[in-house]
Structure formats: structure tokens, C-alpha cells
Design a protein around this ligand. Structure first.
Ligand SMILES: *Cc1c(COP(=O)(O)O)cnc(C)c1O
Length: 400
């Protein structure tokens, strides 16, 4: 840093408040239907026999905005939330406190990612509940509780077949033979996670169910939780005391290949920035991967892979103008895509016309298929250059 650096240079580490991009200036509009999220919450509750599930709102509620989404779900009666990281939990606690409903203050926020070093005090002061995933985690949280002489809440994650987070069978056996390891802890949930719940016929589901039932014999503490969104659809054996849906709340099909029972939550509309009439044969975009023999019309939209319109959608994605499909032609670039709109009558397709990139004709899962990925990745990749509109919920209209 040089001596004449102006003192007004902003601190790059300071959080920049997220500003909503004005509609007129944005290349695309992302509409998030909070009423659809509420409807999905109620329909999962019905499927669970009236038992309200928790809501997984990690990764900014799968890209849809943890604040407005969690408040919507809290209004629908949800009182148990899961996030991945401590910082997500702190922000969520703040959003729920600020919502102005005293019932939300006591909502439980669980941190799936386990116990990070030096996070104990921050967890405690924001009343966050760590999901302990190893004997080391358990030991560390127990020491902290003993120091404060308070049995703070925690969950215990047992690994039943992911080899990812959670206590493996050997560590579970240790807990069984040395129960003092859990003394002084206030265990809220014993949980595990399914590896293949989106494949209802796969034998792994029953194996994990059996393993989890065994876990509950060793660890009858607190309440039990196994099912994610897809797990809810495996039947009541998988429901236990609490389900942890994320994706289904946000409109992703819980059982791939079957009709989607969830309401669609998002719509992404890209605006035509330029229209090009092609009369002589030429190629479109980087790498000249698409050739137009002409005559044709090519529309350029200011949405690219930097906005989560994945590059794998090059020459694969489909937009819609009304009910008319308009294929993505050429490569998706960082800020732009090009679509062949030759089939759309000219009066329906001018500069400024909106193209549904995700919409009633091309829901999230369909775009994911075209991109060779899953709806989860499409949602969590949605960028921050859209004009965002929240409809429904208690606070309708555009939000920052
Ligand atoms: C992300 C996550 C969920 C939610 O899964 P969906 O498939 O989105 O419903 C539930 N439990 C755990 C442990 C998770 O990591």
C-alpha cells in the first residue's frame, strides 16, 4: 500500500449491502413466489400426516433469499431451520429477530456443518444449535458446556451411509460403551442423511433406515430426523419426528421422473437486448459452434454463465416467448446468450421482449436436465445481477 492511498478507499472486507438492480436496467427479472413456498410447506406438512417439517434454508435458501424465505416459512408455522454454516445461522437469527413477530425469536436454528474451532461462543450468543458430527465435536461442545455450567442444545449426526458428515459406526459404538461422553449435553435431535432418497426403489434406502433404527437404540436421546425432501416421499417409516426438506419447498421435484407435486416457485425472464436478422450464412458466438444458414433472427439476452445460466446450456437450453420455444444457439458466454427466435412472429418479439428462461413451460428441473445437472445447482447458481421480485408472502413487491 503506497503512502498516498486516498483514505476514502472503501475497506474491501466491509460487507456491501445487497442492492436490488432496478428493473429497467437489469438484463433479467427473477420472480420468487413466496405463496408457492408456503403452499409447498403446507403440502409437505399434509404428507407428513400433519407434522410440520423443519426448513433447510442453507446457501441463502438455495439462492432464493434466506431472509424473505425464512420469514415466509415462519409465518406458515415453521419453527425449526437448518443452515450449513455458522455465519448463515447468525444472519438468519438476525432476520428472524428483525421480522417483528415475537414468536420467531424462539425459532431453532441448527448448523449442519458441524463444530468449527472457536465457534462455540458465537453459536451460543446467537442461540444456534450445532449438529455434532464426531466424537471430537461432542467432546469439544461438552467442555464448553461444562465451563459455562449450562447444558447447551446440540444435535448428533450419525453417518448411516454417506461417509461424509456424522459419527461412523465405530464412534457410535464408543458412545454406547461410554455414555458419560454425552453427560451434560442437551441433545435435541439425533439425525442422519439419506444418500439415494431420490431413487425410491433403491435398496440403499432400506439399509440406511435399518442402520438409523439401530442408531436410535444406541442413542435414544432427543428426537429423530432422517428424511430430506425426497425422503418424505419414501413413506412414513422414514418420517420419524422431524423431516428436513429444502429442495421441495423451492419447487424442485422430489421424485425425479414422476409428475412434480410441488408448486413452481421461480420464474426467470431475460430481456431481449438486441435482435439480429441473418440473411447470409454465418456462425454465432464463441467457437462458432452454431451455424445459421439464414434467413433467421437471433436474439441476444443479457444473461450468461456469470448469472447461473450454465455454460453447459450452450446449444441446449430452451427459452419460451409465450408458448413458443426459442432454442439457445451458440455458446453461453459470461454475460450473454443468443437464442433463435425465427419461429416467433415479429410483432411478438422485439427489443425489450421478455423470454422465459425458467418459467411455466421450462421449470427448473427441465433446465437442469438440459444443462446435465440437478435443479439444486440451477437454483444455487442464480446470480446477483437480476432484478429480484418477491410476490406473495406478507411483504410483497421488490426487496433488496
Ligand atoms: C441439504 C440437506 C437437507 C435438505 O435436502 P433436500 O434434498 O434439499 O431436501 C437435509 N439434510 C441435510 C443433512 C442436508 O445437508
Amino acid at each position: 500500500m503506497s503512502a498516498n492511498t486516498p483514505p476514502s478507499v472503501p475497506n474491501p472486507a466491509a460487507p456491501v449491502p445487497a442492492a436490488n438492480i432496478p428493473a429497467a436496467r437489469a438484463g433479467a427479472v427473477l420472480t420468487i413466489d413466496l405463496n408457492a413456498i408456503t403452499a409447498n410447506y403446507h403440502s409437505l406438512t399434509d404428507r407428513l400426516g400433519g407434522v410440520k417439517p423443519s426448513a433447510v434454508v442453507k446457501a441463502d435458501a438455495y439462492g432464493l433469499g434466506a431472509g424473505p424465505v425464512a420469514i415466509t416459512l415462519a409465518n406458515a408455522g415453521c419453527r425449526v431451520f437448518f443452515v450449513a454454516h455458522l455465519e448463515e445461522g447468525i444472519r438468519l437469527r438476525h432476520a428472524l429477530n428483525e421480522a417483528g413477530d415475537s414468536n420467531f425469536v424462539h425459532a431453532e436454528i441448527h448448523i449442519l456443518g458441524g463444530l468449527m474451532p472457536d465457534s462455540h461462543e458465537a453459536l451460543d450468543s446467537a442461540r444456534l444449535i450445532p449438529v455434532l458430527g464426531s466424537l471430537d465435536d461432542i467432546h469439544s461442545w461438552k467442555q464448553y458446556c461444562e465451563r459455562l455450567n449450562r447444558p447447551l442444545p446440540c444435535d448428533i449426526h450419525a453417518d448411516t451411509g454417506m461417509a461424509r458428515l456424522g459419527l461412523p459406526p465405530g464412534e457410535l459404538d464408543k458412545l454406547e460403551s461410554e455414555p458419560s461422553r454425552l453427560e451434560g449435553l442437551n441433545v435435541h435431535f439425533v439425525l442422519s442423511h439419506l444418500a439415494r432418497a431420490d431413487e425410491p426403489d433403491h435398496a440403499k434406502n432400506a439399509e440406511q433406515l435399518e442402520a438409523f433404527q439401530h442408531v436410535r437404540q444406541i442413542l435414544p436421546h432427543g428426537r429423530a430426523s432422517l428424511a430430506n425432501s425426497s425422503g418424505i416421499f419414501l413413506g412414513s417409516d422414514y418420517h420419524f419426528d422431524l423431516a428436513r426438506p429444502g429442495a421441495a419447498l423451492y419447487g424442485i421435484a422430489p421424485v425425479p421422473g414422476q409428475a412434480n407435486p410441488m408448486a413452481q416457485v421461480i420464474r426467470l425472464q431475460g430481456k431481449i437486448a438486441q435482435l439480429r436478422s441473418v440473411d447470409t450464412p454465418q456462425t454465432v458466438g464463441y467457437g462458432s459452434t452454431h451455424r445459421v444458414e439464414g434467413p433467421a433472427r437471433i436474439a441476444t439476452v443479457a444473461v450468461g454463465y456469470a448469472d447461473g445460466y450454465l455454460r453447459s446450456l450452450s446449444n441446449k437450453g430452451t427459452g419460451y416467448i409465450g408458448n413458443i420455444p426459442v432454442p439457445v444457439v451458440g455458446r453461453v458466454s459470461m454475460d450473454l446468450i443468443t437464442l433463435d427466435v425465427s419461429d416467433v412472429p415479429e410483432h411478438l418479439c422485439t427489443v425489450g421482449t421478455m423470454i422465459d428462461l425458467i418459467g411455466p413451460n421450462n421449470p427448473v428441473d427441465q433446465l437442469a436436465d438440459e444443462a446435465g445437472t440437478i435443479g439444486y445447482e440451477i437454483l444455487t447458481s442464480l446470480g446477483h445481477r437480476y432484478h429480484r421480485v418477491y410476490t406473495g408472502g406478507q411483504k410483497a413487491g421488490a426487496q433488496a
